[in-house]
Structures are given as structure tokens and as C-alpha cells.
Ligand binder design. Structure first.
Ligand code: SF4
Ligand code: SF4
Ligand code: SF4
Length: 193
């Protein structure tokens, strides 16, 4: 069903209040889907652990509803942290890079990887895919914690959007390459006949 312009505006305003770590703890596939669910009434305002109490209050103000405590079913609000790779254990499998929604990990296949702490949102999405369990969480550096919540979410959204665009472009290029291959194959078959 098409979304009305009013709903789109509301979804964008809700999304702008979410932390943009894309961690999925709210039970949705990222912040924007959660914003959509709040706007449609399918989700409550207290499902985002990274946003914590302040985030819930912002959502309550926007929607004109009373704030409520974070629902513990979705997790707990933790102090800001960043991922750290124990480099001597890393085998360079690149699985963490594929999992990071904000491109905060540097590395290449078969080379050790490292986290760019200033870009890491602490979403923890890179931990489970690591086959060597060599990613640990550490307290975020002052340069991260000194940023306001709005600054953090703006930075995370910018990096997430850039990554999403790049991945969509790569997917389109892959489909194009497959089409060209198929066309070339059909041409070859036609010549043989
Ligand atoms: S940051 Fe909050 S809204 Fe965004 S995906 Fe995580 S839990 Fe959901
Ligand atoms: S490095 Fe790990 S914890 Fe940090 S943003 Fe990327 S996936 Fe999340
Ligand atoms: S997933 Fe673990 S082993 Fe693989 S590259 Fe990342 S840190 Fe290294």
C-alpha cells in the first residue's frame, strides 16, 4: 500500500530521533522500519535500548503521548562502547566488514582487520559473525562520548546511507553483468545454429 506524504513526514521525524545504529534490538530490521512501525501503531515507543530513556522521551514529545520505561524484553540501555579487534587472532575472513552497517571496519581478505573507533556506533553486529571470537567491546573514547546524541545519529545515518547506496549500486551492477553474460551466451548459441 502506498504511504501518504503525511505518513512519510511523520516516519522521517520519528526516524530522526532514533540512534541510527541499525542494531535491530527493537525487533525490526533497522531504525527506519521501527519508525514506520511506530508511525503505523504497530510498535510502541519504548523498544529501542540504544536510545534509552532520553530517546523514549523525545518520541513521546513528538507523538504527544506519555513516556514510559524501556521495555526490558528488547534489551537494556548500556554505556557507549566501541568494538575492538584482537588483531593477532584475526584471520582476515572479512565477515565483520560485511556485518558492519556503518563501514567502521578496515581490512582486506587474509589481512588483519581493525575498527575505526571514531565511526563505531557500538551496535555489536560484528561480534556474532566472527569465527575467532576476536572482537570485544570496550568503553567508547571521549571523542565519541563528547558528541551529542543528534551528532552521533547524524553521523551514523550518513555512513549507513552511503553504505546502503553503495551496496544497491553493486547489486545493480551485478544484475547488469549477469544480463550481459546471458545475452552473450544466447548470441553464441545463435551463431552455432
Ligand atoms: S538503534 Fe534503536 S531503532 Fe535503531 S535498530 Fe537499534 S533498537 Fe532499533
Ligand atoms: S565495528 Fe562492530 S560494533 Fe562498531 S559499528 Fe561496526 S558492526 Fe557495530
Ligand atoms: S570476523 Fe573476526 S576473524 Fe574475521 S576479519 Fe573480522 S575480526 Fe578478523
Amino acid at each position: 500500500m502506498p504511504v501518504s506524504p503525511e505518513s512519510t513526514v511523520l516516519i522521517d521525524r520519528i526516524n530522526a530521533l532514533l540512534p541510527q545504529t541499525q542494531c535491530g534490538q527493537c525487533s525490526f530490521q533497522g531504525c527506519h522500519p521501527y519508525a514506520e512501525a511506530i508511525a503505523s501503531g504497530a510498535a510502541d515507543i519504548n523498544q529501542c535500548p540504544p536510545g534509552g530513556g532520553e530517546g523514549i522521551r523525545d518520541l513521546a514529545d513528538l507523538l504527544g503521548v506519555p513516556p514510559k520505561p524501556l521495555n526490558p524484553r528488547f534489551g537494556v540501555h548500556k554505556p557507549a562502547s566501541v568494538a575492538f579487534i584482537v588483531e593477532e587472532d584475526c584471520i582476515g575472513c572479512t565477515k565483520c566488514i560485511a556485518a558492519c552497517p556503518v563501514d567502521a571496519i578496515l581490512g582486506a581478505a587474509k589481512f588483519m582487520h581493525t575498527v575505526i573507533a571514531s565511526e563505531c556506533t557500538g551496535c555489536e553486529l560484528c561480534i556474532a559473525p566472527c569465527p575467532l571470537d576476536c572482537i570485544i567491546m570496550q568503553p567508547a573514547p571521549p571523542s565519541n562520548t563528547e558528541r551529542s546524541r543528534a551528532q552521533k545519529s547524524t553521523l551514523a545515518k550518513r555512513r549507513y546511507d552511503a553504505r546502503s547506496l553503495r551496496k544497491a549500486k553493486q547489486e545493480t551492477e551485478k544484475v547488469e553483468r549477469m544480463k550481459m553474460k546471458k545475452l552473450a551466451l544466447l548470441k553464441m548459441q545463435a551463431v552455432k545454429k
